[in-house]
Design a protein. Structure first.
Lengths: 295, 262
């Protein structure tokens, strides 16, 4: 069986901008993959290639071993895109019925609406929905065909914390049905909560492809946070793998927090609000992408 | 083995639901529904009714003549507007992007729009004909009513292609302006509102080559008014325009494809 979705040495240029520089990814049935990366890293381009919305400049994109615009392949795929529109005068249940008709074995309409938590809005027109409800409608349209693979491009973008939390639960529910999910996000907690596999993309290149645990363990260090008046220059010569300084709040990743702090005290830096903790996926991500930037 | 699991949704239910959705999309926009259903009736009330019993040809009243004009005008209007505006708006709102990622074949989308436009065109006639019968006291042979309706519906097909082309060539905000700029003047020039003899000389010279002129002749001939040339040549010219509009539409569609989806 060919992989559910596959990029083979895919590159993509928009004019002179190289959005993808030779990306190879295999996604098997049952995978739950989070594509992670800063804005403009190439996540959405990767998804667009896999869905046949864009064509690779070189290399290949395949869905179930077929061209991504093959309707046989598309019949097994549900999609939630960033920035796409739906007719505003249609009602939720009408749109769900319409999208169900595109698929060979759709789920019941009420089930799709319930999975998106839109039971009370089933008879509302799209223009009456809030932003979060609209996002949930897109989710209903993506799952209503009961697809084998679900592509979610930045599904929770623009949602508040509560909205995001409940939305992640809805995605998790779909994952529990044993389906393949590919989502892009720049929220690391989402990747950590949902995905079994994290693909980190930065500047058009895959820089890590592993489980969330593995990626975290790559930065087997501590996160040191404190408030102090210092600049990047003050950190020179310290065993620090990554650092961010915003105003006066400093965050460092290091394997030797004691040595770093000792040196900072020796240099006479005045530190307050000190906090030392184990690194999480977000820290790992920062360390991966800033390391790359140093090359 | 992989191919054995490949299945696609049946096309007919898809086409039915897509057509229903296209219908609702237009029906729920009062600006479209009211202008396409009632504007022709209003024109007929203002221009046609007052002098409807006057004979402009030995056996043709002005009421009947102007009914044919308005039937042509309103049907072509529905085709160009329903297609032009909706395609342009949907592009503007990026509805086409999500749709493209679904397994719905583009042909289903196109067909559903055509069916909806034809349905609306028929609806327009269903409002206009009784109005002309009652208010304009228009009396035709039953066969003339049928001939007029069927010619007008069939002859509207080239204008679907024109609407489609405009929808792909103009932006969502400019589509209405573009359509009014093209459609209204050509409707006047083709003699749909006033007899061509009243128009400026240079327009009279262009008029016989306009698509609405040939379309209008098919309508006038259906109610027994004399026209230039034969019905066959009218059909041929209209068909040629249809092919041309369709080629432009296809070119515009491909251009869009290569910009947005490659």
């Amino acid at each position: 069986m060919p992989p559910a979705a596959q990029l083979i040495d895919a590159t993509k240029k928009y004019g002179s901008v190289e959005a993808l520089k030779g990306v190879s990814i295999d996604i098997e049935l049952g995978d739950v993959v989070a594509m992670l990366g800063p804005n403009g890293a190439g996540k959405t381009t990767s998804i667009s290639l896999l869905l046949g919305l864009r064509k690779p400049t070189s290399g290949k994109a395949l869905l179930f071993g077929l061209k991504p615009d093959d309707l046989n392949a598309r019949s097994r795929v549900g999609v939630m895109l960033q920035e796409s529109g739906i007719p505003t005068v249609l009602k939720v249940r009408e749109l769900v019925d319409l999208f169900r008709s595109y698929y060979p074995k759709p789920m019941a309409r009420d089930r799709a609406i319930a999975m998106a938590g839109l039971e009370e809005k089933a008879n509302a027109q799209v223009k009456e929905l809030s932003g979060g409800q609209k996002q949930r409608l897109y989710f209903a349209l993506a799952v209503c065909g009961d697809p084998d693979v679900l592509f979610l491009d930045e599904p929770t973008v623009g949602m508040d914390v509560e909205g995001r939390r409940s939305f992640i639960e809805r995605i998790a529910e779909f994952i529990q049905m044993g389906r393949t999910v590919v989502l892009t996000t720049h929220y690391l907690e989402e990747a950590d909560q949902l995905a079994k596999r994290v693909i980190v993309i930065d500047r058009g290149v895959v820089i890590a492809d592993a489980s969330p645990q593995e990626i975290k363990s790559r930065v087997a260090g501590k996160r040191v946070r404190f408030v102090a008046a210092l600049t990047e220059k003050d950190l020179e010569g310290l065993p620090v793998s990554a650092s961010t300084i915003q105003d006066h709040s400093v965050q460092l990743l290091t394997n030797q927090p004691e040595a770093v702090l000792r040196e900072l005290f020796r240099r006479g830096v005045d530190i307050s609000d000190l906090e030392v903790a184990g690194a999480d996926l977000e820290d790992a991500f920062i360390s991966l992408t800033t390391h790359k930037a140093d090359d | 083995m992989a191919t054995a699991t490949m299945r696609r949704a049946p096309v007919w239910p898809m086409l039915r639901l897509q057509t229903w959705a296209e219908f609702l999309k237009l029906w729920r926009v009062p600006a479209f529904t009211l202008t396409s259903l009632f504007l022709p009736v209003m024109f007929y009330a203002f221009i046609g009714v007052g002098q409807s019993s006057q004979r402009i040809f030995p056996n043709v009243t002005f009421g009947a003549y102007f009914l044919a004009s308005m039937a042509v005008y309103s049907v072509a209007n529905v085709m160009i507007f329903s297609f032009g505006i909706s395609v342009a708006t949907e592009r503007g709102m990026k509805m086409d992007v999500l749709q493209r990622a679904t397994p719905m074949p583009p042909l289903v989308y196109l067909l559903s729009k055509c069916i909806t436009a034809l349905f609306f065109a028929a609806l327009t006639l269903a409002v206009l004909f009784p109005f002309a019968y009652i208010a304009g006291n228009v009396r035709l042979d039953p066969s003339a009513w049928v001939t007029l309706a069927s010619r007008v519906l069939l002859g509207s097909l080239p204008f679907i292609a024109l609407g489609f082309a405009i929808g792909y060539l103009s932006g969502p905000n400019s589509a209405i302006a573009v359509i009014n700029l093209i459609y209204l003047p050509t409707a006047f020039a083709s003699g749909l509102f006033f007899p061509k003899q009243l128009l400026p000389q240079f327009i009279q010279q262009i008029a016989p080559y306009l698509p609405l002129h040939f379309f209008g002749q098919l309508g006038w001939d259906a109610i027994g008014a004399p026209t230039d040339g034969t019905v066959t040549t009218d059909w041929l010219y209209l068909a040629a325009y249809g092919v041309f509009f369709f080629a432009v539409a296809l070119w515009a569609y491909r251009r869009e494809e290569s910009r947005k989806f490659t």
